[in-house]
Design a protein around this ligand. Structure first.
Ligand SMILES: [Zn+2]
Length: 207
């Protein structure tokens, strides 16, 4: 699917911040940033998942679609995503975690990105949720230009299927709300544990 806008400047020329989209930036204390460049109504529940992984510890950047309709037009692909507040907080971070929504009713998360150590830890941590590094090339987050790879030590990309996002968020009506909340908490806890382990290993490697 081709994006409506090639970059942020084009988007900002046609859309109004505060009406069609909004941007959330929160500093953290870990040097890691969690990024959802297609948040809000663009890729459903990716804002919630990113916020749950960040909590108060990691920095957070959300670019959220909040237009009355047709939020898909606000999707600027990760390689071209150049909004300055996002670029800035990622550039100041050691590691970035990109949170995205993939299509698919099955429950899976494609783990990509260029930091192989963090990626391996995330794959293991989210195995229970169908984590895999197998998926179509455009969901692998392998390009240097991808927003998740613009941190100092690059990053990890999570492409979370719609089926899994519905389960985590509680949108799946077959689940009781408290049950869904527990799924969300377990998913974000596991992702956070992978980041803690990554930091422990990175610290150990420092002479
Ligand atoms: Zn996305």
């Amino acid at each position: 699917m081709t994006d409506t806008y090639r970059n942020y400047a084009e988007l900002a020329a046609h859309e109004v911040e505060g009406r069609d989209f909004r941007i959330v930036v929160k500093e953290g204390r870990s040097g890691i940033v969690i990024v959802a460049p297609h948040g809000g109504k663009i890729e459903a529940y990716t804002s919630d998942i990113a916020t749950g992984i960040a909590l108060e510890e990691h920095a957070l950047y959300l670019f959220e679609g909040c237009s009355a309709r047709g939020n898909g037009r606000l999707h600027v692909t990760s390689e071209h995503f150049d909004e300055l507040r996002g670029r800035d907080i990622v550039a100041r971070s050691s590691l970035a975690i990109g949170v995205h929504g993939a299509s698919g009713d099955e429950e899976f998360v494609i783990v990509g990105g260029r930091n192989t150590q963090a990626k391996a830890l995330m794959l293991a941590a989210l195995a229970k949720f169908g984590a895999t590094d197998v998926g179509p090339a455009h969901l692998q987050g392998s390009s240097h230009g991808n927003i998740c790879n613009r941190a100092r030590d690059a990053g990890v990309q999570l492409e979370i299927s719609l089926g899994l996002r519905n389960k985590l968020s509680g949108a799946d009506r077959r689940l009781m709300p408290d049950h869904a909340t527990a799924h969300m908490r377990e998913f974000t806890d596991r992702a956070r544990q992978a980041l803690t382990e990554y930091q422990r290993l990175a610290f150990k490697d420092t002479p």
